[in-house]
Design a protein around this ligand. Structure first.
Ligand code: NAD
Ligand code: WQD
Length: 338
């Protein structure tokens, strides 16, 4: 069975390619390399001992997609490709709507032209907005997103849902990721953000490797147990496994289904710092700074639906997440050197 992975050279895409190849799937990856390096796929091949096919192309380009679908019989698509920086999306909303919605629409049209009926979409916990109580459940109404990036996820979910309503042959699985961190245990692939990291774990690992002086904790006066924000961090290899389960589900069902992919357990920023220090025996200098605009005090997943319906559960601990994030960063202080 052949899976087309859009955004396949990216952080989550590359880890998912490993799990797909290890599970016997053939993989065709497409990426425009706007936020990643092809080197990631060479390393995926090294880890798995299997090869995959790569196309450098923009998923918003329907004729480029046609060429890929003509060259391969694609059974299922995983759509990771997209721009994901929350702050940047506030400054460049049109680029975010254009790219993230454009790629979703062009992909669905190409799938229809070529008779491909199964797709998994990378959505986000951000679609629950600020109105919902945690833990977040899939039965909750989606909320108001605090930035254009979040809206592109919420709107893409709607586009997929409507497309599946109109086409009884289409099967859509919407996966709402919580906070992916960690890396493959080999340390060969991992998260390689451009410039100053926006997310917590890459910032911590860059402090650990000496690229940044200290971490600023965004707010210490939240109404949480230690005053810092709490999130549901999930190991990227657990997340990648969830995609294999989602493919199995998509191939045997029609219509749209949505699943949270999280552990169901929240950790605070201070807990993450201290777990990282303990797992790796490294001190992380930090200071408590101002709150970051748009941050919610806390949220985490109700992970029951994915457990009962997909038969998926997480196996990696917070210690694994901290150890594997550091193993990647220390072996690749400059990421893929792009
Ligand atoms: P990433 O930036 O590492 O990967 C996304 C990839 O998509 C990049 O390689 C980029 O070059 C590519 N891309 C962007 N636009 C493209 C286009 N038009 N055509 C072809 N390729 C394009 O990000 P990631 O962390 O691996 O995230 C993967 C997906 O998961 C994204 O859709 C993201 O929004 C979503 N997601 C990520 C997180 C997270 O915290 N990392 C959380 C929830 C959801
Ligand atoms: C985690 C916690 C920060 C950096 C974002 C997106 C979300 C999803 C995942 C894609 C927060 C704190 C961070 C730092 C800090 N992405 N922090 N100092 O904000 O939960 O989610 O990524 O869909 O949509 O919003 O993740 O890693 O940025 O932050 O104190 O230098 O770490 O305030 O509490 P977040 P994050």
């Amino acid at each position: 069975m052949t899976v087309l992975v859009t955004g396949g050279t990216g952080y989550i895409g590359s880890h998912t390619c490993v799990v797909l190849l290890e599970n016997g799937y053939d993989v065709v990856a497409v990426d425009d390399l706007s936020n990643s390096s092809e080197e990631a796929l060479r390393r995926v091949e090294k880890i798995t001992g299997r090869s995959l096919t790569f196309y450098k192309a923009d998923v918003c380009d329907g004729s480029a997609l046609d060429r890929i679908f003509e060259a391969h019989k694609i059974d299922c698509v995983i759509h990771f490709a997209g721009m994901k920086a929350v702050g940047e999306s506030v400054v460049k909303p049109l680029e975010y709507y254009g790219n993230n919605l454009g790629s979703t629409i062009e992909l669905l049209k190409a799938m229809r032209r070529h008779g491909c009926g199964s797709v998994i979409f990378s959505s986000s916990a951000t679609v629950y907005g600020s109105e919902n109580e945690y833990p977040y459940r899939e039965t909750m109404k989606k909320g108001t997103c605090s930035n254009p990036y979040g809206w592109t996820k919420s709107m893409s979910e709607q586009i997929f849902t409507d497309a599946a309503k109109a086409d009884p042959e289409l099967s859509v699985v919407l996966l709402r990721y919580f906070n992916p961190i960690g890396a493959h245990e080999s340390g060969l692939i991992g998260e390689d953000p451009c410039g100053i990291p926006n997310n917590l774990m890459p910032f911590i690992t860059q402090v650990a490797v000496g690229k940044r002086k200290e971490l600023t904790v965004f707010g210490g006066d939240y109404d949480t147990p230690d005053g810092t924000c709490r999130r549901d961090y999930i190991h990227v290899m657990d997340l990648a496994d969830g995609h294999v389960k989602a493919i199995e589900y998509a191939m045997s069902h029609k219509g749209t289904e949505v699943f949270n992919l999280g552990t169901g357990v929240p950790y605070s920023v201070l807990e993450i710092i201290h777990a990282f220090e303990k797992a790796n025996d490294i001190k992380i200098p930090y200071s408590i700074g101002a709150r970051r605009d748009g941050d919610l005090p806390e949220f985490w997943a109700d992970a029951e639906k994915a457990r009962t319906i997909l038969g998926w559960h997480t196996v990696h601990s917070l210690e694994d997440m901290c150890r594997d994030s550091w193993n990647w960063q220390k072996n690749n202080p400059n990421g893929y050197e792009r």
